[in-house]
Design a protein around this ligand. Structure first.
Ligand SMILES: C[S@@+](CC[C@H](N)C(=O)[O-])C[C@H]1O[C@@H](n2cnc3c(N)ncnc32)[C@H](O)[C@@H]1O
Length: 346
């Protein structure tokens, strides 16, 4: 009895976790971002590997835009999480892959008989051998992957040397799997989302009491998600526009950290124009980061010296590795994560 209820609970927990990953991206958000990358798609094989073509706007965008973008092929795979069967009315659906080679009958619309659909052997997990074989065929991967597997997802794309444009949470920039990629200019943030919430569709059985959840004018459930960003390794023009700097350095407005040799800048717009040394800036700096203007030296997570080596216990708030500023009375203030940058000399 006890064993059965534990099993049931873990199944339910699995289902709840799976539901947290069921956020569907709106077509307008896909269009707003994709228009910055037009030149990248000509003659390319695009893979959307976390996308049920029945609901995915990524599939919609690339199948209807196939000729306009000049694509070579569109491959989509969809995932069937076993835990979802607890709730799903279509418990016997299998994971499928779908291949579209463009319009054949001249009506410029992806018709059913132009789309090759085949069942996958497994559940469509992006890490499975059959899905990795499809990944190898792709030039560019574009999707909104499950938030809970973001680290693994992006690491896989990088290890197979793929171009990509994917949605994730801003906080992912601090992950140990992601920050080194950003520092080395192998990954950066896309231009279309820089602040605020984004709305995603959720399944009909998504709990309405969940924070940020609502019903739109068409009766469809949605959820507002904070701190969403596009992550990419495809270049776009805006990324090379200089941030206009209009403040002058002075030691009162830009104090030095106690546990790292850099000045603190609380707001990206306040980066001083006349300071050439290391500066700690908020992670939202990455929304404006131009690699021709600044270099990234590291982050407070790895650069900050341990406060226990520098100050009396009780004078500072303990916690993860962060930078600290002196309060002026022998105590220290712990800051949010900072990225350390320096202006490039032109
Ligand atoms: C955030 S949703 C986004 C769905 C779709 N890409 C979109 O933007 O509308 C992530 C999707 O990944 C699927 N998924 C979850 N785990 C997966 C896995 N291991 N492999 C492939 N897909 C997975 C989920 O079922 C879910 O549909």
């Amino acid at each position: 009895m006890a064993v059965q209820s534990t099993k049931q609970n873990s199944g339910l927990r699995g289902a709840q976790k799976a539901k947290k990953d069921e956020f569907y991206t709106r077509l307008e958000d896909i269009e707003k971002e994709l228009r910055h990358y037009r030149d990248h798609f000509k003659d390319k094989v695009v893979l959307c590997n976390c996308d049920d073509p029945r609901v995915s706007n990524f599939f919609h965008y690339f199948s209807y835009g196939f000729e306009h973008l000049g694509l070579k092929q569109l491959i989509t795979t969809c995932y069937k999480n076993r835990a979802r069967d607890l709730f799903s009315e279509n418990a016997d659906e299998t994971a499928i892959s779908l291949v579209y080679n463009g319009d054949k009958n001249g009506n410029r619309v992806p018709d059913v008989d132009e789309i090759g659909i085949r069942p996958l052997e497994g559940d469509g997990d992006f890490r499975s051998d059959e899905c990795i074989e499809l990944l190898k065929k792709a030039d560019i991967v574009v999707t909104n992957p499950p938030f809970s597997l973001f680290r693994e997802y992006i690491s896989q794309l990088v290890s197979y040397d793929k171009k990509f444009l994917i949605i994730g949470n801003m906080n992912a920039v601090t992950y140990k799997e992601v920050f080194p990629l950003i520092k080395e200019n192998k990954v950066w943030l896309g231009p279309s989302i820089r602040s605020g919430d984004r709305i995603f569709g959720v399944p009909d059985d998504y709990p309405l009491e969940a924070a940020g959840c609502g019903i739109d004018e068409n009766g469809k459930k949605f959820i507002k998600v904070k701190s969403v960003r596009w992550f990419t390794n495809m270049d776009f023009a805006q990324r090379h526009e200089d941030l206009v700097l209009h403040r002058r350095y002075n030691p009162d407005d830009y104090p030095r950290y106690h546990n790292f040799d850099a000045i603190n800048v609380d707001v990206t717009n306040d980066i001083p124009a006349d300071y050439d040394g290391p500066m700690g800036v908020p992670i939202t700096f990455l929304d404006r980061y131009n690699p021709d203007q600044f270099e990234i030296l590291g982050s407070s997570r790895t650069l900050g010296q341990r406060m226990s080596e520098l100050a009396e216990k009780g004078t500072y708030q303990q916690g993860g590795p962060r930078f600290y500023l002196p309060n002026g009375d022998g105590t220290y203030r712990r800051l949010y994560d900072r990225i350390v940058i320096r202006k490039l000399q032109k």
